[in-house]
Design a protein around this ligand. Structure first.
Ligand code: HEC
Ligand code: HEC
Length: 221
């Protein structure tokens, strides 16, 4: 559902480590999007696939300190009982990815993100702002990049939709949940790296909460 293309997904001449990383990225991002959309079964399925990724041979022995918790968390995501624990699990997994990227100087590069268009609001397009900001935070978290993280959090911290949601929403929706998004964004702006995964989990749980609060939840992402 998200439009970020941060690296080429063309396979072929890729080194195996890169190919496995792309697979992880695709599956974890799928889990995140399923949660945002309120789809627990879809998130679990992505978690199971993430846990099942076969590690390539010849990786440095020291990597187990990240790969073991990654697998354990992915398995737990595959069995998550509700959306909020699945969301917390995705946040913890993303935190493990970020830890290893920070330690190995690896991780997604931000070159591709230069093409991401600036966000803007237009009539009837409320959610593209949320999507845009969440994508920047996601990239900032995974790549352990301060600037990208703060860019996304800063956009939400400006409370872009308070008034637009105000009075306009049918009563079945719960516009007040939007406030929680802003509270989390404010905390995210100053959060140390070690807390970012947890905050990402809280953020996507909040998106899910509002999307599933709507009656006849067919119009979500
Ligand atoms: C054990 C360490 C480690 C863990 C854990 C890890 N990565 Fe990586 N990652 C790396 C290294 C090292 C690179 C750079 C090497 C490469 O791209 O060939 C990398 C590169 C990447 C890239 C960029 C690939 C490219 O096109 O250059 C992405 C995307 C990525 N990782 C996503 C993830 C995601 C998502 C997770 C967690 C689910 C994760 N990684 C977990 C070490 C790790
Ligand atoms: C206050 C309630 C509320 C919150 C909080 C909320 N949403 Fe939404 N979302 C909606 C409603 C209502 C719709 C369907 C109508 C619409 O698109 O405006 C929707 C639809 C969407 C869509 C599909 C429509 C589109 O424009 O593509 C996406 C994507 C989306 N939301 C992303 C998010 C993300 C990401 C978050 C969390 C950062 C979030 N939303 C938080 C109420 C909310």
């Amino acid at each position: 559902m998200f439009g970020f293309v941060i690296f080429s997904l063309v396979s072929g001449a890729q080194p195996p480590v890169t190919a496995v990383m792309h697979e992880r990225y695709a599956l974890l991002t799928e889990a995140r999007d399923r949660i945002i959309a309120g789809d627990l079964a879809g998130a679990r399925d992505a978690g199971q696939q993430l846990a099942g990724i076969e590690e390539i041979s010849g990786i440095p022995g020291g990597w187990e300190q990240w790969l073991d918790p990654l697998r354990i968390e992915a398995r737990a995501l595959g069995r998550a009982r509700d959306l909020s624990s699945a969301a917390a699990g995705v946040g913890r997994i993303a935190g493990v990815c970020a830890d290893c990227h920070g330690a190995t100087q690896g991780g997604p590069g931000l070159e591709g993100a230069r093409d991401v268009p600036p966000q803007s609001w237009s009539e009837g397009q409320n959610m593209s702002l949320h999507r845009w900001a969440t994508d920047w935070m996601w990239l900032g978290l995974l790549a352990a990049d301060e600037g990208a993280w703060r860019r996304g959090a800063g956009e939400l911290d400006r409370k872009p939709l308070t008034f637009r949601f105000g009075g306009a929403s049918p009563p079945a929706w719960r516009p007040q949940i939007e406030q929680t998004v802003y509270v989390i964004a404010a905390a995210a702006l100053d959060a140390p790296e070690a807390r970012r995964g947890e905050l990402m989990g809280q953020l996507i749980a909040t998106c899910a909460e509002c999307h599933t609060a709507r009656t006849g939840a067919s119009r979500g992402p």
